[in-house]
Design a protein. Structure first.
Length: 257
């Protein structure tokens, strides 16, 4: 079996395991609101997670492309601009006063400006964004290596997850969008906090001033408009306890592709 054939087969199987969760995200709200469907999602998620980790190294890289492969029109999924007065005030000043707060189970809680984040060791990568709605697009991203940010705050031994809190209110209660990853993904070389898109300052529609790029998972895991990061030992006490805004609605926490 050739390397390409092996990758294609793994991608097919992994996406098949992710398919049930995709039904919900694609608009099957009645299913996600039923009593049985979230239980099915949960069981498939566990299978997907174990299977994905069994056949693919946690250090394996997502495919990277060339500038010739860039998609002419890259869709802006989700919110184009948060309906948040504080965020809009920061945007009017080109985020000069914006700060990324990093705390929780860290030795050195810190606050970073965009200038400080740009001074961290960075990574540039051209990758494909796969949306659970069925479209894909290729773009060039540059940002701070997330492992370098962690090195500045020094995670404590009990930390197991990284939670990202965003400026975007997703519902009428004012709940903010949030997402989470484990430490395997946090230290992955392609996990970055992106501040540039296609060699320009990250546009608001794509998550300015800062968004997570998590290249081996589906797009909904890549939080936009990141405002605060917290390291925690468990996800049980965070909002709905499932590790993310969409996950609290019944979608998969691990969305590997």
């Amino acid at each position: 079996m050739t390397r390409k054939t092996g990758i294609d087969r793994r991608r097919f199987i992994t996406r098949a395991l992710s398919g049930i969760g995709a039904l919900s995200l694609a608009g099957c709200d009645k299913l996600s609101q039923s009593e049985w469907f979230p239980r099915v999602l949960s069981s498939v998620e566990g299978l997907n997670n174990r299977f994905h980790h069994a056949i693919i190294s946690r250090n394996a890289l997502a495919r990277e492309y060339t500038e010739a492969d860039l998609t002419p029109s890259f869709p802006s999924n989700g919110t184009n601009e948060p309906n948040n007065p504080d965020y809009r005030a920061l945007a009017r000043n080109e985020f000069a006063d914006w700060r990324l707060e990093v705390g929780g189970l860290v030795r050195w809680p810190s606050s970073f400006s965009l200038v400080q984040l740009r001074e961290l060791p960075s990574r540039t990568q051209i990758t494909r964004h796969d949306c659970v709605e069925g479209w894909s697009a290729i773009a060039k991203w540059r940002g701070a290596r997330f492992s370098e940010l962690l090195a500045r705050v020094w995670p404590l031994p009990g930390a197991r997850y990284v939670v990202f809190y965003c400026a975007d209110p997703m519902d009428l209660t004012g709940q903010r969008y949030y997402e989470s990853i484990d430490f395997d993904d946090a230290y992955h070389p392609q996990t970055i906090l992106a501040y540039e898109w296609n060699d320009q300052t990250l546009p608001i529609a794509y998550g300015a001033p800062l968004r997570l790029r998590l290249e081996r998972q589906l797009g909904y895991k890549m939080a936009k408009y990141v405002m605060r990061i917290e390291l925690v030992d468990s996800l049980d006490h965070i909002a709905g306890g499932k590790g993310g805004y969409w996950e609290d609605q019944g979608y998969e926490w691990y969305a590997g592709i």
